[in-house]
Design a protein around this ligand. Structure first.
Ligand code: ADP
Ligand code: MG
Length: 224
């Protein structure tokens, strides 16, 4: 057996608001194996986004341990966390967050160039990813010239651009109608499987979750 790509141990997060303490994560434990696609299921307000922010090393304030590819992130300085994010993680959000002044291909080229890939090579990969996602005819469209489903597919291509070991997705199709949501999720899962990445995908939709390799449920601040 290989080692897990993510290990969470007794992960805790408490928010203080108006003199009140809200314990959102109360001891989360989880291992994700390389290439495994895990659905993070829970109703709105159960702490899915909070948990993804922790795993994505996007925010401090957590207790417990988070290991990514064998590195204990809670012990690292912020520039080291940035390195882990760049080397290992890809993100898809509910709203696409694409750069409005750049076309689909350029939005997928950009993170590769930041990682040191030259423009020509990055462009070949961007066009390949977008074509795999059914967007071969939309390569030079800007975000505002794309439908919601197309925008999310560009965001998926961008997240996969640097071959992340783990893709983190926060309700990636939560903003789409049911039919589009099914299609986009199918293409997303197929691409992640093809690339061999692992994924942790938050959703409150049982039907979408059932298409992933495993479901974990966030309930009262723990996974059951
Ligand atoms: P989900 O993504 O499952 O809908 P969230 O992780 O967004 O849930 O939120 C879980 C709980 O934590 C909610 O009750 C929310 O109000 C609270 N929460 C999230 N972020 C903050 C914050 N920055 N300050 C205070 N409370 C927060
Ligand atoms: Mg959320």
């Amino acid at each position: 057996m290989s080692d897990p790509i993510v290990s969470l141990r007794d992960l805790r997060r408490t928010f203080e608001q108006g003199g009140q303490r809200i314990e959102v994560l109360r001891g989360v434990n989880l291992d994700i194996m390389p290439g495994e696609i895990v659905a993070l299921l829970g109703p709105s307000g159960s702490g899915k986004s909070t948990m993804l922010q922790a795993v994505g090393l996007l925010e401090g304030g957590f207790e417990g341990s988070i290991a990514i590819a064998g590195e204990r992130a809670e012990k690292l300085a912020s520039d080291e966390r940035t390195r882990i994010r760049r080397e290992h993680l890809g993100f898809v959000y509910q709203f696409h967050h694409l750069l409005p002044d750049f076309n689909a291909t350029e939005n997928v080229v950009m993170p590769q160039m930041v990682a040191g890939v030259d423009r020509a090579e990055a462009t070949v990969r961007a066009e390949q990813l977008l074509t795999d996602l059914g967007l071969g005819h939309r390569l030079t469209h800007r975000p505002n010239q794309l439908s919601g489903g197309e925008q999310q597919r560009v965001a998926v291509a961008r997240a996969l651009a640097n071959q992340p070991t783990l893709v983190l997705a926060d309700e990636p199709t939560g903003n789409l109608d049911e039919t589009t949501s099914d299609t986009v999720l199918g293409q997303f899962l197929e691409l992640v499987r093809g690339e061999g990445s692992a994924a942790l995908i938050a959703t409150h939709n049982e039907r979408l979750a059932s298409r992933m390799d495993r479901i974990v449920r966030l309930h009262d601040g723990v996974l059951d």
